[in-house]
Write a protein that binds this ligand. Structure first.
Ligand code: SAM
Ligand code: SF4
Ligand code: SF4
Length: 393
């Protein structure tokens, strides 16, 4: 096995440099109307906003926050850098005016942010221009879910996605790299179900999702046990290809197990039929468990595969990401954000901030996954890609 060598000092200064080097967000001379009709350079609408509420985490998944880099000396953001709940809600409201209908809270580990349910309450009170509530969800490692599921639901959270990379306790402990037992995450998932977070729009299924990042040779033997475990529970299990996001996870193509192989392996034991996408811009390809006649067995449920490496879905990418300190990122693989916090804290009006957001989105032409492999690596100072724990997954 080849060794992973990570130059620690480089990575740490890159992280703080990334925070410093945000592009100033300009207010255009002519206001850009927030009428939901915004399109980027490739005609993509703005629909989905991911908000990172902390850059800290209690896990050290090697594909995201490897221990060697994210140690006690890592320069995490000071509390004063973080957007407050009021700042996040105000910004989210302006995104909603531009067409955002779905908000996902993420991190780092979002449940580590103190009083996160207060933020959820504020976001749940937002309405679209035609008076509808937003689709609000959260991605968590599940470690604190058993304790918090009820409060999250009561605050207005509708759905939750729990990351779980295997059922085998030894595999799971080594994937999270802090020796966290799988049983506690499974308790968290059960608590989420009991609290009603497993329901979407009143339907019994679809609200609770499980994300499994698959690393070939590390946890790919957990694919089938995971599929068997969640089949028929109303919980959708989604397999994510290990991505080259950030600059510290020692990514190698030979550790990526293509989604097509995941489907093949499951299909060999539990036959699958392909399903239609549930929404435009949906990142997961859906596969339903088949009945004896080869039709979708709704009671058995479905799985999803997210082929971020082998099958780019940039064409439909309608997601913006707001970092913990208020930088707007247009792509998971971006190296620079657009600094909205300076505007927010500098007394800019709602109209000015909305116009600045409009201008930034109109200039967007990111499509990293489509271009991956065909681009020379950008090694200029400050070009290092931002970490997933900072920008949010
Ligand atoms: N801490 C929370 C969690 O783990 O669910 C939320 C933040 S985490 C960055 C969001 C998602 O990104 C998780 O589902 C995680 O598994 C996924 N992720 C992180 N690094 C990844 C990588 N290199 N490739 C693919 N998915 C990754
Ligand atoms: Fe933490 Fe989530 Fe990253 Fe794992 S994937 S280190 S749980 S932020
Ligand atoms: Fe969207 Fe960037 Fe991912 Fe393409 S690579 S799907 S543009 S986040």
């Amino acid at each position: 096995m080849s060794e992973r060598v990570i130059p620690l000092v480089d990575q740490r200064s890159a992280a703080s440099a990334a925070a410093r080097h945000g592009l100033p967000a300009a207010v255009p001379a002519q206001p850009i109307a927030a009428n939901g009709l915004l399109g980027d350079q490739l005609g993509r609408p703005l629909h989905d906003l991911r908000i990172s509420v902390t850059d800290r985490c209690n896990f050290r998944c090697s594909y995201c926050m490897p221990k060697e880099v994210f140690d006690k000396d890592y320069p995490y953001l000071p509390h004063s850098s973080l957007l407050t709940f009021e700042e996040i809600t105000r910004t989210a409201r302006l995104f909603v005016a531009h067409g955002v209908r779905k908000i996902r809270l993420t991190g780092g580990e979002p449940l580590l942010r103190k009083n996160i349910e207060v933020l959820i309450e504020q976001l749940a009170a937002l309405r679209t221009p035609d008076g509808a509530p937003l689709d609000i969800t959260l991605t968590t490692n599940g470690s604190l879910l058993a304790r918090k599921a009820r409060a999250l639901k009561a605050a207005g959270l509708q759905r939750v996605t729990v990351s779980l990379d295997g059922l085998d306790d030894t595999v799971f402990r080594s994937m999270n790299d802090v020796d966290f037992p799988v049983a506690e995450v499974l308790e968290g998932i059960a608590a989420a179900r009991e609290a009603g977070l497993g329901q979407a729009n009143g339907k019994a299924t679809g609200g609770l999702k499980i994300n499994m990042v698959v690393k070939r040779g590390t946890n790919d033997h957990e694919i089938l046990p995971m599929a068997r475990h969640f089949r028929g529970t109303g919980t959708v299990l989604r397999f994510i290809e290990f991505m080259d996001v950030g600059a510290t996870n020692g990514w190698r193509m030979d550790e990526v197990l293509p989604s097509a192989d995941v489907v093949k392996r499951i299909h060999a034991e539990l036959p699958l039929v392909q399903l239609e996408p549930s929404a435009p811009g949906e990142t997961a390809e859906r596969w339903g468990y088949a009945d004896a006649h080869g039709r979708h067995d709704v009671a058995a449920g479905e799985i999803g595969v997210i082929s971020s490496v082998t099958q780019a879905f940039c064409r439909d990418c309608n997601r913006a990401r707001l970092s913990t300190e208020g930088q707007l990122y247009l792509c998971l693989f971006a190296s620079q954000g657009h600094d909205l916090r300076t505007l927010i804290r500098g007394g800019a009006s709602d109209e000015d901030i909305a116009s600045a957001i409009g201008l930034i989105w109109q200039g967007r032409n990111d499509r990293y996954s489509e271009l991956r492999g065909s681009m020379p690596a950008d090694t200029s100072p400050g070009a290092r890609r931002i970490e997933m724990s900072y920008i949010g997954g």
